[in-house]
Design a protein around this ligand. Structure first.
Ligand code: ADP
Ligand code: MG
Length: 285
């Protein structure tokens, strides 16, 4: 069984308003089944409100399904006795780095999680050293997190999650508030954890560069997974993506239009280099 498995998951938010009034129900997840293998790098795309954050919160038992089941490393997230094991297996990083800082010194911030679950002091420092190194933040260990750039703050947040030794990390639009430099730093750190440490990554993002880095892409719409495939398979389906109200990378769109106009290019061109290579070798109808 994969490290993450969901079977026919539904989730309804129920908002109670005034007494006597019917509650407002929003069907945020409407029948999601998926499986993620250990070590995979998954990108999740989808229009606003498509259910990405709700799905992410199911992966570390912040939410449990209204219907259906989620297993993390074989543990049912709805089993109350498993909540801490589930959270230790799947760590979460959120969009706003400022909301994730808990201490006034970077190394203390990173050590907070393991300290909280009673990891022995010596082991905490080992984990802090290790996590700071893996996220490239060792030089900042004595700094105040508040004075770091957005990208550095997110790397501290990722180091904090890594110090819990999770086998899986779920990042919900971690670069949405960052500048291009910050985005690059965070993507680099996430990639390293995936490739060198074998950490399973679920990355919710709108950023093309981040999607291309993934092994597999899930595209969500109206609480369902509407498309699933490699980045190239996904971006080969320009019309379908547009139907799902998603941006298509400019270079992919250009290649698609050239193709419709009779230029024999391969589908799913993802980078400018690929387009140039394609144009150099292509034939015209
Ligand atoms: P995404 O992350 O893709 O933007 P969300 O998972 O945040 O989507 O939201 C999915 C749906 O659930 C949306 O229709 C949204 O309005 C609704 N929703 C999200 N959070 C809540 C909440 N706390 N209470 C009620 N409805 C919510
Ligand atoms: Mg969201």
């Amino acid at each position: 069984m994969g490290i993450i498995r969901a079977e026919n998951v539904h989730y309804d938010y129920v908002q109670y308003t005034d007494e006597g009034q019917e509650p407002v129900i929003s069907h945020a997840i409407t029948g999601v089944s998926l499986e993620v293998q250990k070590g995979q790098f998954i990108a999740v795309l989808g229009h606003n409100g498509s259910g990405k954050s709700t799905l992410a919160k199911h992966l570390n038992a912040l939410l449990v399904p209204t219907e259906g089941t989620v297993w993390i490393d074989g543990r049912n997230t709805a089993d109350e006795n498993e909540v801490w094991n589930v959270r230790q297996t799947a760590g979460m990083v959120f969009q706003n780095p400022d909301n994730q800082i808990v201490a006034s010194v970077v190394e203390e911030d990173v050590g907070f999680g393991p300290e909280n679950i009673g990891v022995p002091t010596e082991e905490i420092w080992k984990r802090v050293d290790d996590s700071l190194q893996k996220t490239g933040m060792t030089a900042y260990r004595k700094h105040s997190p508040n004075r770091l750039s957005g990208g550095q703050k997110q790397r501290v947040a990722i180091a904090g999650v890594m110090a819990m030794k999770p086998s899986c990390i779920v990042l919900d639009e971690p670069t949405a508030m960052l500048d291009p430099n910050g985005r690059r730093e965070v993507l680099e750190a996430v990639r390293e954890l995936n490739q060198k440490e074998g950490v399973t990554v679920i990355l919710i993002t709108h950023n093309m560069e981040e999607v291309i880095a993934a092994d597999l892409v899930f595209v969500m719409d109206y609480g369902r997974i509407e498309m699933q495939g490699t980045p190239r398979e996904i971006f080969s389906q320009v019309e379908k993506l547009q139907e799902l109200r998603l941006d298509v990378p400019a270079v992919t769109l250009l290649a698609h239009e050239l193709k419709s106009a009779g230029v024999r290019l391969p589908e799913g061109i993802l980078t400018t280099e690929e387009l140039i290579r394609g144009l150099e070798t292509c034939q015209f109808d």
